[in-house]
Design a protein around this ligand. Structure first.
Ligand code: NAP
Ligand code: G4F
Length: 326
């Protein structure tokens, strides 16, 4: 019998890649989707006929209990979140409810009606915030710098707590930034590659941007979803850092992206206060040696290769449809 996986956040960047990965492994994939007035399934449209989509919302306990009870999944990947850091200052209570308490609702549903299921929680390097050591590893203390980071710390510890309280197979992947051609347009890598493509095609003339000094450890999303799956295949439930171990500034991102189309970012980028944050995470760089040793996981795509892919994909999309915003 095929294994059954339930993925929350299936319409997001990671959810779409994870769904593809699990389908290729022969899983029956159940994706949780929430009701919205406009359906936005762009990232999963190409596999939609192979998926079982179930309605549910991390804010609605009953929908989660029903989903767990009906599906009786073998594996659960909790990827759903309000995941954009700046929005978390505008909507801190909502972010806490979805991104933090949402994890408790998922674990409580699992504990109540499907305790045999293995559970993955999408934790984040944002939890390290004002970093207490470099590089950051599983044992590095957390010091979150945004309501989003605080909510993720809660989600992380409630996962540990349910594991220890109820002996559940519940793990937390502390994933550093990972990007792709499917990244949301508001995140800095995609914002840059999309604008580079627009500027190259004469569809835009400037890129308004925030802090150029911030450093991130950026990996490629398809590599990272494999790590999620590997964590649930282990004999023991443990938490892992997933990162490339290489960090770059936002300014370097501009260098690399504009070089892809032989342009100089200095002629187009305009710093704009609106994109500065009330509290910044200045530096992230992860130590994934535990994942390398125990999961055999390694990143396969470099930062430069990834940005090149993203620029190429944005050029392709915009050439076909100049209004394309996917
Ligand atoms: P994303 O593209 O923003 O996707 C978020 C997903 O969550 C979407 O499918 C969204 O559905 C869903 N969602 C939001 N609120 C929900 C709710 N109340 N109930 C049910 N579903 C809801 O995020 P991502 O980049 O794929 O990241 C996946 C997870 O990993 C997130 O938890 C994120 O915080 C975490 N993470 C991401 C990174 C990264 O660099 N990408 C790094 C570390 C951790 P709609 O389509 O309906 O909005
Ligand atoms: O791309 P970002 O918005 O990602 P951020 O805040 O690091 O969060 C992402 O990664 C986390 C993992 O560490 C995830 F948990 C989270 O869900 C999300 O996926 O910003 C990256 C950096 C920041 O330092 C920001 O200040 O880029 C800087 N930046 C500079 N100008 C900008 C901009 N960020 C955005 N979004 N837009 C700008 O114009």
């Amino acid at each position: 019998m095929a294994k059954k996986a339930l993925v929350t956040g299936i319409t997001g960047q990671d959810g779409s890649y994870l769904a593809e990965f699990l389908l290729a492994k022969g899983y029956d994939v159940y994706g949780m989707v929430r009701r919205t007035s406009t359906v936005r399934y762009e990232r999963i449209r190409h596999i939609q006929d192979k998926l079982h989509l179930v309605q549910g919302d991390l804010l609605d306990q009953t929908s989660l209990v029903r989903a767990f009870s009906d599906i009786q999944p073998d594996e659960v990947y909790n990827l759903a979140a309000q995941s954009f850091v700046p929005t978390s200052w505008n909507q801190p209570v909502f972010t806490g409810d979805v991104t933090g308490l949402g994890a408790t609702r998922m674990l409580e549903a699992l504990h109540t009606v499907a305790p045999q299921a293995r559970f993955y929680q999408a934790s984040s390097s944002e939890m390290f915030g004002k970093v207490q050591e470099t590089p950051q590893r599983e044992t590095t203390p957390f010091y979150p710098r945004s309501p989003y980071g605080v909510a993720k710390v809660y989600g992380h510890w409630i996962t540990v707590n349910y594991r220890e309280s109820y002996n559940l197979f519940a793990v937390s992947g502390i994933l550093f930034n990972h990007e792709s051609e499917r990244r949301g347009l508001e995140f800095v890598t995609r914002k840059v590659t999309y604008h580079v493509a627009k500027i190259k095609l004469g569809l835009a003339h400037e890129l308004r941007i925030g802090n150029l000094e911030a450093k991130r450890d950026w990996g490629y999303a398809p590599d990272y979803v494999e790590a999620m799956w590997l964590m649930l295949q282990q004999a023991q439930p443990e938490d892992y850092v997933i990162a490339t171990g290489v960090t770059h500034t936002v300014q370097h991102l501009l260098d690399v992206a504009f070089q892809c189309v032989s342009l100089d970012w200095r002629n187009y980028a305009v710093q704009d206060e609106r994109f500065m944050r009330p509290a910044e995470v200045d530096l992230l760089v992860g130590d994934a040696s535990k994942a390398s040793a125990l999961l055999g996981w390694e990143p396969t795509v470099t930062f430069e290769q990834m940005i090149e892919k993203m620029v190429a994909a944005d050029l392709e999309r915009l050439k076909k449809d100049p209004d394309n915003v996917i």
